[in-house]
Design a protein around this ligand. Structure first.
Ligand SMILES: [Zn+2]
Length: 245
């Protein structure tokens, strides 16, 4: 975890510091090694949130783009089940940063738990992913809508990332910039699963996405653009194609 409570204040880990977990209230100690980003660890083994795992630099860099109050926020569903979102915006969007492989059942359970969820997936974890993805963009996809630029993936099964994330009901953003982002870095945006099983992509500027989320513009983007695309425009496009055949 990036934060713990020190004198009841949400505090980042510094060398030798001790604190209290803001979720389970047990004692935690700061770890500031050279390999992992500075973090807090429970003194006693604790199942505080079984969904949490160790953070890479990439993961930490993403969290840092958002206000402290939005990072590591507890979210409870109606049944009282609780988990800690990497980021939770003021309009209740949970943003989860995913570096490691996630089992499909775990992915689904998080989609169900967080009603409004965006996954940001590290596309640099496996070397083959960015190659497969680049090939799809270059050779095996067609642009179907100009604004927002929307691309249909012709052979999603040829890219492992689509095999893993193609049936997600939540929004997925692929980040191929790793720790080397610049102002032009893009996030590839995967539309939630379509009834037809087809896979559609769009893209958004990385810094633009962060700015939008920080200003609560993501809610508007979801309502005005993403949902109509997913529920109306793309299904209509598919119906027309079928009709023309
Ligand atoms: Zn805890």
């Amino acid at each position: 975890m990036k934060f713990a409570l020190v004198n009841e204040k949400k505090t980042a880990a510094t060398k030798g510091a001790r604190g209290v977990c803001q979720f389970c209230e047990s004692a935690v100690s700061a770890f500031c090694g050279e390999v992992y980003a500075a973090h807090w660890k429970h003194d006693k083994k604790c199942k505080c949130d079984p969904w949490r795992d160790n953070e890479t630099e990439w993961h930490r860099a993403w969290k840092n783009k958002f206000p402290t109050a939005w990072q590591e926020v507890e979210h409870r569903d109606k049944s009282g089940e609780k988990h800690i979102a990497d980021v939770k915006t003021d309009t209740d969007w949970a943003i989860e940063f995913q570096h490691s492989y996630l089992k499909p059942e775990e992915r689904r359970s998080r989609n169900v738990f967080y009603k409004k969820l965006v996954w940001v997936v590290d596309g640099t974890r496996r070397k083959t992913d960015s190659k497969q993805f680049a090939k799809i963009i270059k050779e095996d996809s067609i642009k179907v809508i100009d604004s927002p630029p929307t691309i249909k993936v012709l052979f999603p099964e040829e890219c492992r990332l689509f095999n893993e994330w193609g049936n997600s009901e939540a929004l997925v953003l692929f980040d191929f910039s790793g720790n080397n982002e610049n102002n032009n870095s893009l996030l590839w945006f995967l539309y939630p699963q379509m009834q037809s099983g087809n896979v559609y992509l769009s893209y958004i500027n990385k810094s633009g996405f962060v700015e939008l989320s920080n200003n609560d513009g993501f809610e508007k983007l979801a309502q005005d653009v993403i949902t109509p695309m997913h529920k109306e425009i793309l299904p209509m496009y598919e119906a027309n194609i079928k009709h023309r055949r």
